[in-house]
Design a protein around this ligand. Structure first.
Ligand code: ADP
Ligand code: ZN
Length: 604
């Protein structure tokens, strides 16, 4: 029987384990249970795939991501691993073939949707075969605090009673300390060993820009920093998804929409294109992306504020799984705060309280003058990290300033309009009053006679919007639910009464940044495979070969080889199968299958 490290080298073609992997794998091989918290791209899959190959029997993987099972199985098959799946997309014949293979002991890994395990027939089938382990992927789906709750996950606690001797491993990339505890108790893993890896994604550059003209800003970001790259643009509503996708396409950027309002076939087709083609942009609601393990997503852009830091971290975490530089970019402005403050007022009391906590954490992240990564890691329970050098606030630290007087001016304007609160006076109107603009609306309501009229000449229009946004973010100003009018809060009085100082962040102009492709950026970043100038033509030839091969076989390009592997091949330009076999990501099976073709491509 092979040892874990032999399996890693021979089957997967990697020479060493990543941090945490070896311990987890050995613990499982020895029959222990594990709960694994590891960031996206940390290499969770190997933590159950290798034990499943080392232990006798089939590893049963529970995953909610039905749409991706085919790709996962294809990727394993390309490595020479015997894998199959059972889910509702198959017809009877297909299912029967997989079941027969399982019963004959011919599967190393079997992927199942969680709802399958509620079906008695599935449980009976599993009882007739030999199981090496249960892996519960996306384990945060069992948590009700989170945003991906799936009731079927609650039934997974029963696995242990039915198969007490079979080790279980639960894995997730998003867990605050509270979610971690919830996963542990709901899945009955309190006795299991818990492995908590660092949550940092050092290759992701985080940036939050002040939103002014979102479409133009997005286009400029894509053109200047990610031309030809694959990425995801998240929007809140279906209609903005459609509009932005059309806008990008009109501007020569290949883009497709994805949201729950599209029919299933269109969604599946767009997802498949994203996985298979190079350089496609998907514009999507949060309906898109869970479990998408496309390694070369180079950017994730948010045009609207995510509802929680968990959501933000999970969505941005889809960028740069291959550990090459990637960008998490967000445009964020006053309207986001107004809209989310209003949304957070919906639902029952408990729901509202949760929404507000989530939103406050998200707003604090947007408004911080400190390192964004430090704040993110702190949120996920990793305290006291050092500033990263690879986020916007590290690279051009925003100034903070004493905004007490402007805050008082703005709040007292709101207070003076309070008597007329049935009217819809938005931020624009309040700023007009402060700036002394005699607009039709100002004159109509006689607001030019207010004592605050024209007292705000020290700041410009955009600055005043920034003040309002930050007061809302800090809870010193609120949105009234019915009309969306700004109103004072319990704490506004402290500011008006001079008992509380208000620190504000000066919105930095966009930092000039050149494309960080292939360079190690920032203190904490891991070195990446650099691509020397002279290797670029060969890299492009290899990419073209890969695209053609992937198309021929109907699999995503990365199933053939990852970008990082192609970069290394292009740089080393190996001239024999033995040399090629040493490249990271070239295992036994792929060497046999593609070795000759790769050498030919190099020689041509
Ligand atoms: P996760 O599920 O944690 O997001 P994956 O299991 O998809 O991450 O792994 C991310 C990438 O890292 C994959 O492309 C995988 O092949 C690669 N990888 C995992 N472990 C290793 C290793 N020990 N050496 C090199 N690459 C690895
Ligand atoms: Zn930083």
């Amino acid at each position: 029987m092979d040892t874990p490290i032999e399996v890693l080298r021979r089957i997967f073609g990697y020479d060493s384990f990543r941090p945490g992997q070896q311990e987890i794998i050995e613990h499982l091989v020895a029959g222990g249970d594990a709960l694994v918290l590891m960031p996206t791209g940390g290499g969770k899959s190997l933590c159950y795939q290798i034990p499943a190959l080392v232990r006798p029997g089939t590893g049963v993987v529970v995953s909610p991501l039905i749409a991706l099972m085919q790709d996962q199985v294809d990727a394993l098959t390309a490595l020479g691993v015997r894998a199959g799946f059972l889910n509702s997309t198959q017809d009877f014949g297909e299912r029967q073939a997989v079941e027969a293979a399982f019963l004959a002991g011919e599967l190393d890994l079997l992927y199942l949707a969680p709802e399958r395990l509620r079906v008695e027939a599935t449980l009976r089938l599993l009882a007739k075969g030999e199981i090496s382990l249960f892996a519960i992927d996306e384990a945060h789906c069992v948590s009700q605090w989170g945003h991906d709750f799936r009731p079927d996950y609650l039934t997974l606690s029963g696995l242990h009673e039915r198969w007490p001797g079979v080790p279980r491993i639960a894995l997730t990339a998003t867990a605050t300390p509270a979610t971690h505890a919830e996963i542990s108790s709901r899945l009955g893993l309190d006795q299991a060993r818990h492995f908590v890896a660092g949550f940092d994604r050092p290759n992701i550059h985080y940036r939050v820009t002040a939103k002014s003209e979102p479409k133009r800003q997005l286009l400029e970001f894509l053109r200047s920093e990610h031309p030809g790259d694959a990425g995801i643009v998240y929007c809140l509503s279906r209609s903005s998804v459609e509009k932005i996708a059309a806008f990008l396409a009109d501007n020569g950027i290949p883009a497709v929409p994805y949201h729950a309002g599209l029919d299933a076939a269109t969604r599946a087709a767009h997802q498949a294109r994203f996985l298979r083609e190079d350089g496609l942009v998907v514009v999507a609601t949060i309906a898109f992306g869970m479990g998408i393990d496309k390694p070369d997503v180079r950017f994730v852009a948010h045009l609207d504020l995510p509802k929680s830091v968990e959501g933000y971290y999970q969505e941005t975490g889809r960028a740069g799984r291959d550990r090459l530089p990637a960008t998490a970019w967000m445009a964020y402005g006053l309207q986001d705060v107004v809209q989310h403050r209003r949304l957070a007022l919906e639902g029952d009391e408990a729901h509202r309280r949760r929404q507000v906590l989530h939103l406050d954490a998200m707003l604090a992240l947007c408004e911080t003058v400190g390192c964004r990564r430090v704040m993110l890691l702190d949120y996920f329970g990793q305290k006291d990290s050092a500033p990263c050098g690879n986020c916007d606030t590290c690279q051009s630290p925003p100034e903070s300033w004493d905004g007490t007087v402007p805050a008082q001016k703005l709040l007292s304007t709101v207070w003076r309009l309070d008597r007329e609160r049935r009217q819809r006076f938005g931020v624009g109107h309040i700023v007009d009053i402060l700036l002394g603009k005699k607009t039709a609306k100002v004159l109509q309501h006689g607001h030019d006679s207010l004592t605050v009229f024209g007292v705000g000449g020290e700041l410009g229009n955009a600055d005043w919007h920034g003040v309002a946004r930050q007061l809302l973010a800090q809870g010193l100003l609120a949105v009234e639910p019915d009309h969306g009018t700004l109103v004072l809060t319990d704490t506004s009085g402290d500011v008006l009464g001079g008992r509380r100082e208000v620190r504000l962040r000066r919105d930095a102009p966009r930092p000039a940044r050149t494309r960080a492709s292939g360079t190690s950026n920032g203190a904490g970043a891991r070195p990446v495979v650099e691509l020397p100038e002279e290797a670029v033509p060969l890299f492009e030839r290899l990419r073209a070969w890969r695209a053609a091969t992937a198309k021929e076989q109907g699999v995503p390009a990365y199933v053939i080889f990852h970008d990082a592997t192609l970069r290394e091949i292009a740089t080393l330009s190996p001239s024999s199968l033995a040399e090629l076999g040493k490249v990271n990501g070239v295992g036994e099976n792929k060497l046999a299958k593609y070795g000759e073709q790769v050498l030919e491509t190099i020689a041509s």
